[in-house]
Design a binder for this molecule. Structure first.
Ligand SMILES: [Zn+2]
Length: 106
């Protein structure tokens, strides 16, 4: 079994400048989360349908069962009111600094 590992600059930004360039708005963040959750395209977790469309609020509507699905459901971003761009920048700060980041610094 071979395993591939994510690559900086390919699978995720390699610098903070990359974070800003990759994720200029929440729609770009949602696109990225969609890609992580459904790398082969949308798939309804309830009925398994591969057909759906994105709603204005960023969730997906399944064609098979009409369920509304969010790529953030079950993640630390679930029902957040804080913009995803802020969360992504915070995640970058927490993971890129060897010393970590303080709450005040964040
Ligand atoms: Zn469905």
């Amino acid at each position: 079994m071979s395993r591939t590992f994510p690559k900086a600059g390919v699978d995720y930004p390699g610098s903070y400048g990359g974070v800003l360039a990759w994720f200029p708005d929440d729609e770009a963040c949602r696109d990225y989360l969609d890609w992580l959750r459904w790398p082969n395209g949308f798939r309804c977790p309830l009925c398994g349908s591969a057909t759906g469309w994105r709603l204005v609020d960023g969730r997906w509507s399944c064609r098979g069962c009409a369920r509304r699905v969010s790529a953030t459901a079950g993640t630390i971003f679930h029902r957040t009111r804080t913009p995803l761009t802020i969360w992504f920048a915070a995640a970058w700060s927490m993971t890129s600094d060897k010393q970590g980041v303080s709450a005040l610094g964040l």
